[in-house]
Design a protein around this ligand. Structure first.
Ligand SMILES: [Zn+2]
Length: 290
């Protein structure tokens, strides 16, 4: 099989690129139901009552994983998602439904909850590496990109079968060069690596994404879950390639703020910090000029 080069921006199918503001309140993938997707979700009003419950969750959240924390918070805020009514459901059942959902779908609801609770403004401070200008401003979450699965496409279109590694990996004791990649589920973030101070650490996030995306290898029967030792055998080169392929097939919001430097005109990028404190803090007052 030839090298599956990442497609051009214009050839992103089965994913369609739009913005949060345009796409509105629906899941980027959703639940497959007899040939179409159920993309419905509805949230509760984020009142003081909800904030109080979330405060309790966070107070006892020491050592809890990032994925679990967000799932529990969403468990409080979601009223309905796809075919499920969260109204009278137990926390563990809600968490297990969210864990089984696509990463991008859960992330989208989390973003939407923030948008409804606080509004779309996201303050940023961006130091330009070229001219050293400090850019301060307020981004608009409605302008963030989101990639959604074409309704005509099956979920299997999000899989990559036979991705070729240049250096290979040692999987189940043997060097293997072809792997398959599947869409990441929220459960991937429910890992001990993503708890405490390592939350949102780039290297940790990277290994988590890669590990949870590789779900098969040539010569290995059935679906594959890589061990810690196995994931460490991937080369830097293969890791970078794999990252590009995974990103090209990843549905959901892209949490990157773009800003043109006021000093030199260079486009600057900042990954949004979506930890609860940063995300659900009232932005209107945090974003003073100077
Ligand atoms: Zn600049």
């Amino acid at each position: 099989m030839e090298n599956p080069n990442p497609p051009n921006r214009s050839e992103t199918w089965p994913l369609i690129k739009t913005t949060i503001g345009e796409y509105g309140q629906q899941l980027p993938i959703g639940f497959r139901e007899s040939g179409s997707y159920n993309r419905h979700f509805a949230l509760r009003a984020f009142r003081f009552a909800e904030e109080e419950v979330i405060g309790e969750i966070r107070a006892k959240a020491k050592g809890i994983t990032l994925g679990r924390l967000v799932a529990e918070i969403l468990g409080v805020l979601i009223k309905e998602v796809g075919p499920y009514d969260f109204g009278s459901m137990k926390t563990l059942d809600k968490v297990s439904i969210l864990n089984g959902m696509h990463y991008g779908d859960v992330m989208y609801m989390y973003l939407w909850a923030r948008l409804e609770a606080i509004g779309p403004e996201v303050p940023f401070v961006l130091d330009c590496p070229l001219c050293r200008t400090r850019n301060r401003g307020v981004g608009d979450m409605n302008d963030l990109d989101v990639t959604v699965l074409d309704e005509e496409a099956g979920e299997e279109e999000l899989r990559v079968i036979g991705h070729e590694l240049k250096h290979g990996m040692t999987i189940r004791g043997e060097a293997r060069h072809r792997i398959s990649i599947g869409p990441m589920r929220w459960a991937a973030l429910d890992t001990r690596r993503l708890s405490g101070s390592s939350v949102l650490n780039d290297a940790v996030r990277e290994i988590t994404v890669i590990r949870s995306s590789i779900d098969g290898a040539e010569g290995v029967e059935g679906s594959l879950v890589l061990s810690d030792t196995e994931i460490r055998t991937i080369s830097k080169y293969d890791k970078e390639q794999l990252h590009a392929v995974i990103n090209d097939k990843m549905a959901g919001p892209i949490l990157i703020i773009e800003h043109v430097c006021e000093g030199c005109g260079e486009t600057l990028y900042q990954v949004m910090d979506w930890t609860y404190d940063s995300f659900f803090r009232s932005s209107r007052f945090a974003a003073g000029k100077n």
